[in-house]
Design a protein around this ligand. Sequence first.
Ligand code: MG
Length: 101
Amino acid sequence: MNYEKLSLKEWCDLCHSIAKEKGFWEKDRNIGEALMLIVTELAEAMEGYRKQDHDNFREELADTFIRLFDLCGGLGIDIQSEIVKKSEKNKLRPYKHGKIC
Ligand SMILES: [Mg+2]
């Protein structure tokens, strides 16, 4: 598989199919738990950063995306289109989103 050429949709499909294969979607997913597991990966990245363990930092960031892509794949969310829509919205927001500080 040529990972370099995958679209976000393909990453979502791939991460979701691997997670299903490994048994993580046998029952209905608890979405709150799935979201918190994504946060957990970010916390692990923070630990890697704090310890100056650069390899671990990068790996935990990858875990974050993998869990997020799995969730989007499982919920049928077209995250590419959502990112495009939100980026267009963000472009129209004021400098620092209008916050003074
Ligand atoms: Mg991890």
